[in-house]
Design a protein around this ligand. Structure first.
Ligand code: 4NP
Length: 154
């Protein structure tokens, strides 16, 4: 089987999607699964910036360093390059559906659709929140990452 590829997409690519990327790196490594993993944002506000320090701290709890990541905006080619594109919330999913090129091959879904019992739920935006909100983001994206690994291992 070719290496599966997964892209996580939030608004800014500085809070949730870099942390989702870290969670999947951890879950894949623990399962011995090789996955091509990346993240991007629908907006260009933070392009070139490092992840929010609060997301860097949460990723460190997985033993994953994301401090070197730099925000980028999702591109039309992402829809051809990745097998799965997971939106963090409904607004991100709507934006992705709107910009998807006609020849998109990626499967689009909400990231928590991967978690039994949490289908249709968003990962709340922690940007204006506190540490507890970033911890909740970590727990959500780790649940999703483990479910994605289980699905890709089947
Ligand atoms: P993210 O969080 O989409 O999880 O990276 C946000 C980052 C920036 C903004 C909003 C959410 N912003 O409004 O600048």
């Amino acid at each position: 089987m070719t290496k599966p590829s997964v892209l996580f997409v939030c608004l800014g690519n500085i809070c949730r999607s870099p942390l989702a990327e870290a969670a999947l790196r951890k879950a894949a490594a623990d399962a011995g699964l090789v996955i091509d993993i990346d993240s991007a944002g629908t907006a260009d506000y933070h392009v070139g910036k490092a992840p929010d320090p609060r997301s860097v701290a949460e990723a460190a709890a997985f033993g994953v360093d994301i401090s070197h990541l730099r925000a980028r905006q999702v591109t039309a080619n992402d829809f051809r390059r990745f097998d799965f594109i997971y939106a963090l919330d409904h607004s991100n999913l709507r934006d992705l559906q709107r910009i998807a090129p006609a020849d998109a091959t990626a499967t689009l879904a909400l990231v928590l659709d991967a978690v039994p019992g949490r289908e249709g739920a968003p990962v709340a935006d922690p940007y204006y929140g506190g540490e507890e909100d970033f911890r909740a983001t970590r727990e959500d994206v780790y649940a999703a990452a483990r479910a994605i690994v289980t699905a890709l291992s089947a």
